[in-house]
Design a protein around this ligand. Structure first.
Ligand code: GLY
Length: 394
């Protein structure tokens, strides 16, 4: 009798723990469930359009999928590699490989600067986690293709082949993010071309893209004959003189990355100055999630850009490892960003077409992708979660 009472209470305890666990699944468990839902939604679009390889955003009630050539095609595969890294569950490995494979054809696509976004987030994470030599070959070919867009007179990789009537040689701040692929290729091969191109691009961008307050222009137009910066404009920001929010985040993240890859203090200095610009800006909201442009005239009645915040979160975790004297401050800043994103901008399960975050802004002046989920916001959110977890382990 006594033993059956004990057994009954044991069962009750197990059941109540189970109920609590069901009520409050772990953050990673919630993300996994949402991505499972994303797979269902993706399958529906792929059934109609097999060339659609990756989810990008939503339009009304429709999931927007893109072909491999789109600049965002590598982020979803990257999400899945991060899930594999976070959980060690083979299920994510299988899925990550499945969504990475169709991007291979981009390795020879020399018509864009977005090679790093497409290939390093997908194959780059895949190679880091699996050491599959096929991934290495693909990445090296992609890096070689990217260097073909480098102009030695200017000292930069050309960003777009479109809009050449406006900018004969445009370089956008976003382009800095692609340098990580080149730094990786240099480490793998010791071919100094990769390093020289990356350094030259980072230095030329530092010289021409930044204003005295360390905010950055979005687009710099170069003269191909003289190599001089002749146009200072925006494409996705409020105006030429404004600070487009995602652009500031690309700058912050990429100069911290350049410091990691080179050890050159001038890049760390640049990243810290950009951080100051962002964090001291009077228009940065209390929750640290910026409006789409720091100078948008209708602040606070204008959309946020959650992607700018998730890129920042990941960058601040990196900075916390790079500046011992300010490690606590940068980590607290990243934690605050993650708390805001998780509390206010995480989509409910089986909503948002499977994206994790809401409320990013792609290109407001073009009336495109305003206040919507964007796959790259999710990618940097997962990367930040991983960086946060790795910091805890130390
Ligand atoms: N690289 C394009 C964007 O940030 O919108």
């Amino acid at each position: 009798m006594k033993s059956s009472i004990i057994a009954f209470f044991c069962l009750l305890t197990v059941l109540s723990f189970d109920i609590i666990a069901q009520k409050k699944p772990s953050k990673i468990g919630e993300i996994a469930a949402q991505l499972d839902y994303a797979f269902d939604e993706i399958a529906k679009v792929k059934a109609i359009n097999p060339k659609a390889v990756s989810p990008r955003s939503t339009k009304g009630d429709t999931l927007l999928m893109v072909p491999s050539k789109d600049w965002t095609s590598g982020f979803f595969a990257g999400d899945l590699w991060y899930m594999y890294e976070l959980t060690k569950d083979e299920k994510w490995l299988v899925k990550a490989k499945e969504f990475t494979a169709p991007l291979e054809r981009e390795k020879t696509n020399g018509t864009t600067h977005d090679m790093g976004f497409k290939m390093y987030c997908s194959f780059g994470n895949g190679y880091r986690l699996t050491k599959d030599p096929k991934y290495r070959d693909i990445l090296l070919e992609a890096a070689r293709t990217l260097t073909t867009r480098f102009n030695p007179t200017i000292g930069c990789i050309k960003s777009w082949d479109h809009h050449n009537d406006v900018w004969p040689f445009p370089v956008i701040i976003d382009n800095m993010m692609n340098l990580e692929l080149l730094f990786w290729a240099f480490k793998e091969t010791k071919d100094s071309l990769f390093y020289k191109v990356a350094i030259s691009h980072a230095n030329t961008t530092m010289k021409n893209h930044f204003r005295a307050d360390y905010s950055s222009y979005h687009v710099i137009g170069y003269d191909v004959k003289t190599g001089k910066a002749i146009q200072k404009n925006t494409h996705q920001g409020y105006n030429d003189a404004s600070a487009w929010a995602r652009g500031q985040s690309w700058g912050l993240y990429s100069y911290a990355m350049c410091f990691r890859e080179t050890g050159d203090a001038k890049y760390l200095n640049q990243a810290e100055n950009i951080a100051q610009f962002i964090l001291k800006h009077p228009n940065l909201p209390e929750d640290l999630v910026p409006y789409w442009d720091y100078n948008a005239p209708t602040i606070p009645n204008t959309p946020r850009d959650v992607s700018a915040a998730s890129i920042m979160a990941s960058a601040f975790y990196e900075l916390s490892t790079q500046v011992p004297a300010k490690a606590k401050f940068y980590k607290q800043t990243a934690d605050k960003l993650m708390e805001s994103l998780s509390a206010k901008y995480r989509a409910g399960l089986k909503t948002n077409k499977g994206f994790l975050l809401t409320s990013s802004t792609g290109n407001l002046p073009a009336n495109s992708e305003i206040n919507v989920p964007m796959v790259y916001a999710d990618y940097y959110y997962l990367e930040a979660l991983l960086r946060k977890r790795n910091l805890k382990k130390q």
